[in-house]
Design a binder for this molecule. Sequence first.
Ligand SMILES: Nc1ncnc2c1ncn2[C@@H]1O[C@H](COP(=O)(O)OP(=O)(O)OP(=O)(O)O)[C@@H](O)[C@H]1O
Length: 511
Amino acid sequence: MSDSIPREHRAFLQSLADLAYCNPFSPQRLVLEQQALGRDATSVTEEVWSRTQETDHTERPSVLAINDQAENLVEHLCEKFAKRRTLDARTRELYDDLVTYVLYYRHLAHRTIEQLFAPPRGSAGQIAWRKFASDYERLFGSPAFDDYDTDTAAHLYACLCQVRRAFKHIFDCILGESAPAGRLREAVWQSIFTHDMRRYRRSLYRSLRELPTLISGPSGTGKELVARAIACSQYLDFDPDRERFIDDPAVAFTPINLSALSPTLIESELFGHRRGSFTGADADRIGWFEVCRPHGAVFLDEIGELDMGIQVKLLRVMQQRTYTRLGDSEERVFAGKIIAATNRDLAAEIDAGRFRHDLYYRLCADRIETPSLSQQLVERPQALEGLVHFIAERVAPGESQAVAAETLDWIAGNLPRSYSWPGNIRELEQCVRNILVRREYIPRTEAATQRTGWLTAAEAGELTAEELLSAYTTWVHSQLGTYEATATKLGLDRRTVKSKIDAKWLKSLRE
Ligand SMILES: Nc1ncnc2c1ncn2[C@@H]1O[C@H](COP(=O)(O)OP(=O)(O)OP(=O)(O)O)[C@@H](O)[C@H]1O
């Protein structure tokens, strides 16, 4: 540890350095906060920090206490180092981390994304940058930091605005107080910045978008939400001369639902086409890979539905970052990120010869699983309350308390405690809306009819043991969403589960 830093401040600075670069959605963050305050961190519970528990956006008391201490210390050290020509490497690092932390909270943490990314000329974004840059120059004004220039300031500003955006998208949009929901937020953050944010700031901030992300999970669990959060949180360069970002993060997301399109249409939608390249192509068309901004992402929803021929072309985009329009020979470069989602088991699709294993491995560089609502509620039944309150706020602003209370009462009185919410959070949203309008919710009638259908047949002794096992396995899988969860629940191995599932019936149960 450096001698330039007074002994009484060293532990605080070390914890602050870790805090400045930790994943804010990891349980480790709460431990680091306690350590920074010199408190015993062993008593920190694995509490999951969620938007659904917050009444407003004021900082938690421990954060305010740390910020006060950091503010005082940074000014003290700035004065102390003002005339130093050199500082040892460790002191420079710790001081850099302290300044990074302070600048974030001073200038960015409390501004909205709209303010920060609005075009300049008197805008709040321009003011934020000017204050940031002037503080940066002053705090790194010591000759020991002569190599810190405007470009370094602009890059730090760009990184911290990215942090602000990512935090906002993840915290405000991906809800849930259960550990699986907390882990999902943590995983999304990691997908954007990796597990090592110093390395990201140093070198990965541009190249990381070349890695695709695969999101898997049952329907209605927020795969598109996660994709949007990642797309809108990509690194954007800040131009210090024009005092603005080079693009608008609000237009960074280009979603395409592959299951809604035929193979020819998919190809032309993705890559574009030249006039006359197929019947009906009466004009040139730009595809989504061309529309997507270099700092944005194309979201390929339902990737498991993709035709094998197009899978090859997609693999090429991932490997070489190039593609051509249909009927064209000009190679074009794709600079953005690819995010794909599926609620199918892609490993099973590979076994069945419907999905290329090389594409699968390419996609798996970064994988995120969205947990089903029942997984979240098994772990923490009280999480339902937070979710219902939050949905009610969106559905009936101003009446949310009453609507949430009515919904929770209705659920408690009408659905079994073990109700599995097969449609996940999308179904819960539907339930809140139905109760708002009709004071009742009828869950998944089709599924219910199908359910009684096989149960009735079983009761009447009409099914063979094999048929009964197949129907039961399919039904449980339709509720839990994955082979693993079904296997655990039924005490079977994963292969047996796969072999028993009736794919056609499963599909109809999900519709
Ligand atoms: N974790 C979550 N937090 C907040 N809202 C959620 C969450 N998960 C799902 N939702 C809500 O549920 C609805 C469905 O979400 P989304 O479309 O992202 O799910 P999906 O997994 O992509 O579904 P599908 O596989 O059917 O396309 C949206 O209105 C979304 O806001």
